[in-house]
Design a protein around this ligand. Structure first.
Ligand SMILES: NC(=O)c1ccc[n+]([C@@H]2O[C@H](COP(=O)([O-])OP(=O)(O)OC[C@H]3O[C@@H](n4cnc5c(N)ncnc54)[C@H](OP(=O)(O)O)[C@@H]3O)[C@@H](O)[C@H]2O)c1
Length: 305
């Protein structure tokens, strides 16, 4: 399949306000894409749009949205189509979630919201935007997943489950759209140096699992996503070692069990009790605990939260 031409492409990018999405917006705009930027924090989208315009890019449309609310994704698709004229490339990058043990999160609202943002909203956007792409015989859908479902960890499982579901849906979509001219690409970020790292590190022992892969840079992740589109890659892995987890999931899981057992044995009763009660929303609008951890991480990296 031919690669995607970025220059002039009309791109709906979710999760553009921070981290990987913000870098991806800069990268796409620098190569001539026309963007619709979506996320909740409108001021951050506005400042990004101004920055892109000031550096010679096409003025992006700013589309504030809360993708944890059922129905907003469908409306976003219509707003983006109106603002851009059509959507050639859909990037489902927005993501967030919930922290807590599976038996604590269960089917609570926090867990359901994580599924809304990470699975149902991307699928709603695909449902709205894939048929017009198919009708034109060209387009691309990029879903930013995670290998969390392979390298899962106690306290991280509900988020991991959302990404596992997104991955399977994306793999299936790629088969369904074979030979339609619409390219489907899965992105597997390993640990990337964004505010997410602050909240992730609240989970006891998780560094044992994720610390085995060096932290990636969000700008480099963005460049690899764009390169992947240009080459019509089916998957983009970064840092490179993440690919091994996808190739050898059984080995990663075996290792995970060993590391989790060691961590469980070392946990003091207080931390164990804290963990068993913990259910927190993550992300920029998450609970105080996670938001503070994000802010501290960003400060420690010399960035504004
Ligand atoms: N960083 C990593 O190590 C890592 C690893 C694996 C996968 N990922 C995935 O990579 C993607 C980007 O993450 P990141 O690291 O760049 O983290 P981030 O800085 O927290 O970015 C998440 C983006 O998603 C948006 N978002 C979250 N909840 C939303 C909602 N309810 N409605 C609309 N937008 C929402 C956020 O915007 P607002 O808060 O302004 O709404 C933000 O722009 C996510 O899908 C994440 O799961 C990251």
């Amino acid at each position: 399949m031919a690669g995607v031409r970025i220059e002039g492409a009309r791109v709906l990018l979710t999760g553009a306000s921070s981290g990987i999405g913000r870098e991806l917006a800069r990268e796409l705009a620098a190569r001539g894409a026309v963007l619709a930027l979506a996320a909740r924090r409108e001021p951050l989208l506005e400042s990004l749009a101004q920055e892109i315009e000031a550096s010679g890019g096409a003025a992006p449309a700013v589309l504030p949205v809360d993708l944890s609310r059922r129905g907003e994704a469908q409306e976003l698709a219509a707003r983006a189509t109106e603002a851009l004229g059509r959507v050639d490339v859909l990037v489902n990058n927005a993501g967030g979630g919930v922290g807590g043990l599976i038996a604590s999160v269960g089917d609570r609202d926090e867990g359901r919201e994580a599924f809304e943002v990470n699975l149902w909203s991307p699928l709603a956007l695909i449902r709205a935007l894939a048929p017009p792409m198919q009708a034109r015989g060209t387009g691309a859908i990029v879903n930013v997943s995670s290998l969390a479902h392979v390298s899962t960890w106690p306290g991280f499982g509900a988020y991991a489950a959302t990404k596992g579901a997104l991955t399977t849906a994306t793999e299936t979509l790629a088969l369904e759209l074979i030979d339609t001219g619409v390219h489907v690409m899965l992105v597997y970020p390993g640990p990337i140096d964004t505010a997410v790292q602050g909240e992730t590190r609240l989970v006891p022992g998780i560094e044992r699992m994720i610390g085995r892969v060096p932290l990636g840079d969000a700008g480099e992740m963005a460049r690899r996503i764009v390169r992947g589109l240009e080459r019509a890659a089916a998957r983009v892995y970064y840092p490179r070692r993440v690919r091994m987890a996808d190739l050898f999931p059984a080995l990663v899981r075996r290792d995970g069990r060993r590391l989790a057992r060691r961590t469980a044995r070392e946990l003091d009763p207080e931390t164990r009790a804290w963990m068993s009660e913990l259910v927190v929303r993550t992300g920029s609008q998450g609970d105080d605990l996670t938001r503070q951890a994000r802010e501290e991480w960003e400060r420690s990296r010399g960035r504004a939260a």
